[in-house]
Structure formats: C-alpha cells, structure tokens
Design a protein around this ligand. Structure first.
Ligand SMILES: Cc1cc2nc3c(=O)[nH]c(=O)nc-3n(C[C@H](O)[C@H](O)[C@H](O)COP(=O)(O)OP(=O)(O)OC[C@H]3O[C@@H](n4cnc5c(N)ncnc54)[C@H](O)[C@@H]3O)c2cc1C
Length: 481
C-alpha cells in the first residue's frame, strides 16, 4: 500500500552528516548560507531556478553516488542540472541538486562512428571534436545545449528528419540509480531501464556519460530566408505547402518575431516584425539544394543567407541567444495544417506591440515518424509540426505572457495531437501534464519501471513520472491536457 511520508528538510538532518557528505565529495557541497550557492544552482533559464537545501557540484561518478546515497538515505528529493537550459524550466524547492557541469569531456571513436560524452558536456564540444572525422552529432538548433538532458528527453536535431531523434541513437549509458549503484546500461544489460532512460529523462537516475552515434555529415546547405511580418499569411501558407514536398533530409522551421533596431539584423527588418524560415538540408550530395528551395526563393525574401556551411557553423542557422534569460514558453504538437490553421495562427498570434514573443513551427515527419531500431519511450512520432511560443520576461509582463500563450495554444486546439515534446515543455506544465509527452501505454510502462528503479521517487524535482503502485492514481495512463 502506498503511503505519503512527511517532507524531510536538510534542517532536520544532523550537521555532522552534511559535513561527512562534504568530506566524501570532491566538488563543492553548498547551502544557501554559502557565497557560491547562487552560482552553483543557476543555469541559462532564470525564470525558475532550483532552490535546493543542498547543491552538490559533482566532479565524477563517485561524487554523484555519494550525493544520491545521501538523498535517498534521508528521504530527500533530488534534481539534476547540466547547463540549466530546460526550456521554460522546472525548479525544485528543497532537497538536493546535483550540478553535473564539471563532469565534461568527449571521446570520439571515428572508426565506430560513435562518441562517449560526459554528463556536463555541451553539444558544441562534441560538434568540434567529431568534425575532423567528417562526423556530426544529432545536436539541436542551439549548440550550447547540454548533450545528456537534451538526448534523454528525445532531442530534436537539425538532422532529425534524416536520422530520427537523438534518443534513437544512444548505444549505452552510465547511470547512478536511486540505490546509489553505478550501472552501465545497454539494451542487453537492462532492457527496461535502457528503454525508459531514452525519453524518460531524469526520472530514473543521474547519467554520468552516454555513448551516442555520430552521423556522416560534414556539410549542410543551410541558413535562412526572411520576410517582413506583414507578409505572414502569404509566407506561412506557402511554407506549409512547400513542407509537403521536401525530402527527409530537409529540416526547416518558420518563426515570427520582432527585431531590435540593431546592425546585426538585416537593414530592412530592423525594429520590425519579421518571418524567418530556417533551413538545414543534409544529403550525400547537395547538388539539388537550390532547386528544392526555389519555391521559397520565388516569394522574394528580403534577406537570403542560404549556402553550404560546415556543420560546425550550424548554430548560425537559428542564432539562438547565448545569454541566460527568464524564458516562458508554451508548446504543442500539431498534425497536418490547412488554410484554416494559417488563418487562425495569423489572427491569434498577437502583434509584437501587444506581446513580444517568438512563435515558431518546426517541421517534423521524415525519419522522426519511424520507430527507432531499438525501441525507446519517445512518443508522438506521428506529429507533423512542433508549435512553440516563447516570451522573455525581460521584454514582457508575466501577467500578460501566460494568458496570451494560453490563448494561442487554445486557438490551435483543432490541430493539436494532444502530445508535447518534453524538451520544450513549460515548467508550469510539470506534474499533471508530463504524461502528455508519452503515448498512454508507454507512460504506464514508465511508471512501472520507475517503481523498480526509483520506488521512493527520489528523482522527483523534475517533470515527474511517479512510480506505479496499486493505489496510485497517478499511475493511470492517458493525456491530461
Ligand atoms: C535556445 C534553446 C534552443 C533549444 N533548441 C532545441 C532543439 O533544437 N531541440 C530540442 O530537442 N530541444 C531544444 N531546446 C530544449 C532543450 O533541449 C531542453 O531545454 C533541454 O532540457 C536542455 O538540456 P540541458 O542539459 O542543456 O539543460 P538542463 O536544464 O541542465 O537539463 C535539462 C533536464 O535534463 C535533466 N538532466 C540534465 N543532465 C542530466 C543527467 N546527467 N542525468 C539525468 N538527467 C539530466 C535535468 O534534470 C533537466 O530536467 C532548446 C532550448 C533552448 C533554451
């Protein structure tokens, strides 16, 4: 029978035990009384920051094992943070936070076409170490993201329409589970845990390192086409028609945003709303690239940066801001979009003067729609588009942002699949709506695997998957939308 235990706080724990933990761990062990506490708990996302009782700056597996054993032993909840990019963040209060940023490093095996990547490593390091061998990882639009957090939640790459999710290309993981054990997890050693970690993210342990496939990609045909915001209806309709015609190697998205009046932006679009079609085309031979994008070029973009670039320059396609901020985001997966959808999106996405925001549609399908060679927990492979709306609190009032995002998401309800991608999920959606990241049967299986590997739900300061139990109402599957 499941029972609810009273919450435990570090204040209830003997100071000598905390001192003993600090003596075992090579990295810092800090409380809010310590000067470095804020720096240790803070990542890219500032809207919601973890406020742990203890933060452990782990330097390797032994530090993580000590921290996990301490938390489990005292019934404290845990959170994990690499770069702190978690899209609109989920922040834990109390408990123990493990910061993995010191556990960084990459080993490329060019012959096998793989890389072993340590927990705190960012994609840019992998990209640069893989490039001399003519290889590229399944990294996303922004190379500053952490490899492990991104991959464990699925990982939608610039190359995903050609190769699938990043989680589809994980060969093995080293993970510390809630019992403090360091396990080398493969499909043969622990098939259930291997399935669950690839999609279930931080619900099953702290990943110390991950072995991933690299792809034979050295060069992309990529960049952007930009248009003035007043052409939104025409350009969005043409873009959607065009996506139905492109090969799997062609990934793209369309975004609407406003540009500051700064020299870094195209002169005609400075200080104005703009539409930005972003393109990343990967194929063995790129000779047909100009022909493929011709229908978009025929629209007469104001700015055109499409050209061949080495994969090491792929971050320039989206040019996501590298500086931290207070990000609020809403997200949904959509099916096929028709003329009505274009009309609704253009009518309901508010002008930038009302709410500064970035709205985007990322084209899915291609290899993303196929099951991976080794099954994992990543769901909703039939979705056609990812819809995101993002605002920075620095530019808009929080009291305006949330209702505006909600209105936009409600407006596109007829095209929503009911699912979401975990990587783009808002902190506000944590808990009750986590199950919307999974197919119902997979969610049920995740709760059952959680009950085996983390029966006390130690890893719960996250987008939580609770352990299944006979009387646990959370264990029932289905969407909560
Ligand atoms: C500018 C920007 C661009 C983005 N572009 C893309 C994109 O193209 N494709 C895409 O899929 N996503 C994208 N995202 C979303 C991004 O993938 C998620 O925010 C992801 O969670 C970031 O992982 P992280 O490790 O960098 O962040 P963190 O906040 O450090 O971690 C994210 C989550 O992963 C867990 N985690 C981290 N390390 C470990 C570990 N060692 N063991 C267990 N759990 C761990 C954490 O507990 C946390 O829940 C983008 C986000 C931003 C801000």
């Amino acid at each position: 029978m499941s029972s609810v235990k009273p919450p435990v706080e570090v204040a209830d724990i003997d100071a000598a035990e905390i001192a003993a933990l600090a003596a075992r761990v090579k990295g810092p062990v800090l409380t809010s009384a310590d000067e470095d506490y804020d720096a240790e708990r803070t990542g890219y996302q500032l809207a919601r920051r973890h406020r742990p009782d203890l933060v452990v700056g782990a330097t390797g597996a032994a530090d993580v094992q000590a921290a996990v054993a301490f938390a489990t032993g005292h019934g404290l909840p845990m959170a994990v943070q690499g770069t702190g990019h978690a899209s609109a963040g989920i922040a834990g209060s109390g408990g123990v936070l493990i910061n993995t940023s010191r556990i960084a490093g990459v080993r490329v095996n060019a012959e096998a076409g793989t890389a072993w990547v340590a927990a705190g490593t960012r994609w840019d390091q992998v990209i640069h170490e893989a490039a001399p061998a003519g290889l590229a990882p399944l990294s996303g639009s922004y190379p500053g993201l952490g490899v492990v957090g991104y991959t464990l939640a699925g990982g939608l790459s610039l190359l995903s329409r050609r190769y699938g999710y990043a989680a589809d290309h994980v060969r093995s993981l080293d993970v510390v589970t809630s019992d403090g054990r360091l396990r080398h997890v493969t499909v043969d050693s622990d098939p259930d845990l291997f399935w669950a970690l690839r999609g279930g993210r931080d619900n099953f342990g702290v990943v110390i390192g991950i072995e991933i496939d690299l792809m034979p990609v050295g060069t992309l045909y990529c960049g952007g086409l930009q248009f003035p915001g007043e052409r939104a209806a025409e350009v969005l309709a043409a873009y959607l028609d065009w996506t139905a015609t492109v090969p799997d190697g062609l990934s793209s998205s369309i975004a609407q945003m406003s540009y500051p009046d700064a020299p870094v932006f195209p002169p005609e679009l400075r200080g104005r709303e703009a539409l930005h079609i972003r393109i990343a085309y990967s194929a063995d031979v790129l000779a047909d690239a100009d022909r493929l994008v011709a229908p978009l070029r025929a629209l007469g973009p104001t700015d055109d940066t499409l050209r061949e670039l080495p994969y090491t320059e792929a971050g320039s396609i989206y040019n996501d801001p590298p500086f931290p901020g207070s990000i609020e985001a809403g997200t949904a997966l959509l099916g096929e979009l028709d003329a009505d959808a274009v009309r609704v999106i253009c009518a309901e996405v508010p002008p930038q003067t009302v709410l500064p925001h970035l709205f985007e549609l990322r084209h899915l399908g291609g290899r993303l729609a196929h099951p991976p060679a080794v099954a994992n927990a990543v769901g909703h492979r039939d979705a056609r588009f990812l819809f995101n709306v993002v605002s920075r609190r620095e530019r808009a009032d929080i009291a305006e942002i949330r209702p505006a995002h909600r209105r936009i998401l409600d407006a596109v309800a007829p095209w929503r699949t009911g699912g979401r991608l975990l990587n783009f999920m808002n902190g506000e959606d944590a808990g009750a709506q986590v199950r919307s990241a999974y197919d119902p049967a997979d969610y049920r299986r995740l709760t059952e695997i959680k009950a085996v590997y983390d029966p006390g739900n130690t890893f719960r300061l996250n987008h939580n998957i609770p352990p299944a139990g006979p009387l646990d109402p959370e264990a029932s599957s289905g969407y909560c939308d």
